[in-house]
Write a new protein. Sequence first.
Length: 137
Amino acid sequence: MRRYVRRVNYYETDKMGVVHHSNYIRYFEEARTYFMEAAGYDYPRLEREGIMSPVISVECQYKKPVRYGDTVNIDVYLVSMTRFRCVFRYEVTDAATGERRSTGKSEHCFLNESGGIVNIERDKPEFFRVFSGEVDG
């Protein structure tokens, strides 16, 4: 698990000062990028090595609204890592109170630059080793 801390900006909210639902998916992406950097194998490196990791599904359950000025903790868990896919889970909590605001999940596959499926364990063993060691339900 890695924790990403983020303060909500005004432009991310609607007229009521509540974070627009689409921004949670962006928060997940920011947290996932942070997770990869902290693990020592970031997206830019993966892409320089010819591997893309697109989102193939994403979910978000909204529990309580996040508002302008709030600071949230986004805990990121790598739930599974296989030769062809990985799954991340996210928990968004209020940094001050610990109250859960949302939960989510994203699933990713591995593709080469031509869009073909990649066996990440065979083709990028270092990446597979690093991230297999990060799996945490």
